[in-house]
Design a protein around this ligand. Structure first.
Ligand code: FES
Length: 355
């Protein structure tokens, strides 16, 4: 434990959150002073300080990440503030790099490189598209690929109007990779260009009206096996959704050490299941880490290497990555110009929360 200020600040008990199993209805006392030897919980060590433990009752039985750095703005939960304790995102140490020197470079088979734990890197092949009217589509992530919650589809819209799709029980977080046009959700039309997120609530019909060829990735959660094509709008439009279209806006980017990310869609915009974000990674190799969410990543620009415990696979623009929940990984950027990615994950939360 360190006391960086040497003052009345809480101590930094850890630079990563503590993974704990909470029991529904049980009371917990979270250490706020950073002095407890039973992190993240209180052991009475705050005696004589201005700090008091934070009592909370677990609303459900679940695994949770409780803050150990004591800098979170949402105590007792980790909010990713630990990433900003230093100027650079935590990079792989010399020991970690040496220990992983023997990692096997996995080559693609049918476009796919399968890594540890069912994680994979996939280079989509347009020749595998299935076709419905002007729309080509293929599933990139789904139940048949080891995912439990998210499905991800590549959609290639030729100029013109594509067929209507509607998922009665799932949300769709669309992301325009290239091309311009409009996305129609029920009776509303929204302009959509590259790097725009679009949200469709469950039960709403949507279609593309492409002014030029458009490539869109659609994260659908809870997962489905295939797009569900319907004859037309259903008449159901969720009036509670305030944000339908979320373009990339550098003014809204959040700083995470030497990285940036912008959340496009999450619970605050009405997306209950999925968080969709854009991330920028400088040339670097992050330390291995995990998330409590299941994630789909699309590489937008830049090259790099995806590492899991014993394997690695090269990544390039257009590739997608599937990461199961809790899979240890590191996305190394090998380009001096950096790497940009779109991430979509379940359950909705902050992409800054890692352990
Ligand atoms: S450990 Fe404190 S914010 Fe993550």
């Amino acid at each position: 434990m360190t006391d960086p200020a040497g003052t009345d600040e809480p101590l930094i008990a850890g630079r990563k959150p503590c993974l704990v199993k909470l029991e529904r209805g049980k009371r917990y006392f979270w250490c706020s002073c950073g002095r407890s030897r039973s992190q993240p919980f209180c052991d009475g060590s705050h005696a004589g300080t201005r700090f008091r433990p934070l009592m909370f009752v677990a609303e459900k039985s679940e695994e949770a990440l409780l803050c150990a750095c004591k800098r979170t703005a949402s105590p007792p939960w980790c909010d990713g503030a630990h990433n900003n304790l230093q100027d650079t995102y935590e990079e792989a140490s010399a020991e970690e790099i040496a220990a992983m020197q023997g990692a096997k470079l996995v080559q693609r088979k049918d476009g796919k490189a399968v890594l540890d734990g069912g994680a994979y890197v996939l280079t989509p092949d347009a020749r595998r598209d299935q076709h419905e009217g002007t729309l080509g589509w293929q599933r990139l992530i789904g139940a048949g690929d080891g995912a439990k919650h998210i499905s991800l589809f590549r959609c290639a819209a030729e100029p013109g109007v594509s067929p209507w799709q509607m998922h009665p029980h799932s949300e769709a977080a669309l992301f325009v990779v290239s091309g311009k046009g409009t996305v129609q959700i029920e009776d509303k039309r929204f302009d959509a260009g590259p790097e725009t997120g679009i949200f469709v609530a469950r039960g709403e019909a949507f279609r593309f009206d492409a002014g030029e060829p458009m490539t869109i990735v659609a994260a659908i959660c809870p997962q489905v096996d295939a797009p569900a094509f319907v004859d037309g709008p259903t008449g159901h439009c969720d009036a509670a959704i305030k944000t339908r279209v979320a373009p990339v806006d550098h003014a809204k980017a959040q700083v995470m050490a030497d990285r940036f990310f912008q959340v496009l869609l999450d619970k605050s915009t009405g997306s209950h299941e999925i968080t969709q974000f854009i991330g920028e990674v400088p040339k670097s190799r992050a330390a291995m880490h995990r998330h409590l969410y299941e994630e789909a990543i699309v590489i937008l620009s830049g090259r790099g290497m995806m590492w899991t415990e014993t394997k690695k696979a090269a990544v390039a623009p257009g590739d997608i990555i599937f990461l199961p929940r809790r899979q240890s990984h590191s996305l190394e950027c090998t380009d001096a110009g950096g790497l940009r990615l779109m991430g979509a994950f379940y359950p909705s939360g902050s992409p800054a929360i890692n352990y």
